[in-house]
Design a protein around this ligand. Sequence first.
Ligand code: ADP
Ligand code: MG
Ligand code: ZN
Length: 479
Amino acid sequence: MEFEAVIGLEVHAQLKTRTKIFCGCSTAFGAPPNTHTCPVCLGMPGVLPVLNKKVVAYAMRMALATGCTIAPESRFARKNYFYPDLPKGYQISQYELPLAAGGHVDIALDGRTRRIGITRIHLEEDAGKLTHDPDRPFSRVDLNRAGVPLIEIVSEPDLRTPAEAGAYLRQLRAILRYLDICDGNMEEGSFRCDANVSIRPAGAAALGTRTELKNLNSFKHVEKAIAYEIARQKEHVAEGGLVVQETRLWDPDKNLTTAMRGKEEAHDYRYFPDPDLLPLTIDAGWIAEVRASLPELPAARKARFEAQFGLPAYDADLLTAARELADYFEACLAVFPQPKPVSNWVMGTLLGRLNAEGKSIADSPVSPAHLAELLRLVDDGVISGKIAKSVFDQMAETGRGPAAIVEEKGLTQVSDAGALEAAVAAVLAGNPAEVAAYRGGKAQLLGFFVGQVMKATRGKAHPGMVNDLLRQKLGQPGA
Ligand code: ADP
Ligand code: MG
Ligand code: ZN
């Protein structure tokens, strides 16, 4: 029997507010353990949480960006469990009445667009962090992270392959970053994902029993873990086994998942409305205000790059993956309005260099204005495309503009007909055997002559003019 996989993701995104969700403690990463704490986030008796309004505004941005409906009234609930990283003995989350529900995200894969449903987006607080020292009989707890604001984004079980799960996650992260509400760093844990995976006979309507995968710390691991889990379930079922509902842990060293615990059910958590917090009410005016403040989102920007600039889908996708990159591209176009050449330079030369140096576009040593100026010099025939690459390298190393470098190093392209004619004549005179061979029919030797002229002019000859001159002087091959 043919089986298909069904995948649903639960994503936790840490919101970039300065302070925690229910107290004034800092959310800054990397402080000494337990220094960003107070009686509220330490769960002391008698204290009361106060909701951070900015957290709500940030969550509303994501809800509206993904087409969710924001509830006029939502509630905070206590999710009860005992673990040392949770000093209150419960996590404040939202359960029956989440902030928002019923949205979607479109993903593009292999030239096809698929719509993935968002079941709900709710607010919750993060727990603390435990560190286990294998050589000591105890663990350490750091509560700096306790109370840091999160949104949980729950997808419908609409994903079918590991690659789709990866594309969905990348799209979610791009939207969060465009909205400037989460830094989306999977390795540091500000963007985390649990994957729910099941299989069913291809085409069946009912869902199979799912397992939940944890410890997925990078995009690559999410995809690998899901692929492993699908294969494991198929094999198990083929051998006559049944998938059990459980939580499984991805082991990135061994590349496999292992059973961690039986999957808990909602009733295990004894959810109930938090009596310390009022219902969260959001009026239409506030929603309209947040909606009006949304930036152009990745999918819309990609579509505009294709329509307005005539870029191929591949270019538009890559250039709009991050807001800063798309801004950089458009800043170049403002000075040098030729989309495809700019795209080629940004995607090839600039990103190539940045990637090799492990830098992001924000640390680009070459400003958009300078890159545009460089392309203008090529377009005007002042320098050749080949020289432009070396000028670019010098720009990146020194931070200087292209005109100054071209001027100082004397790199201006030779397009003076007299000078080029002399160079061509010298090359032909110096290679009589090749000239004879060309005239005898070896037309492919033209490239050789062009190369020689380029070498003689140290790359500065105008290639188009050199070609024309050579053809003129050599005549028809074989003629
Ligand atoms: P829980 O906290 O119990 O895991 P949630 O509702 O928060 O429940 O998340 C459930 C996630 O699992 C959703 O993303 C949903 O799409 C997905 N899911 C539910 N049933 C299945 C299934 N049979 N196969 C794959 N994914 C599933
Ligand atoms: Mg879950
Ligand atoms: Zn605090």
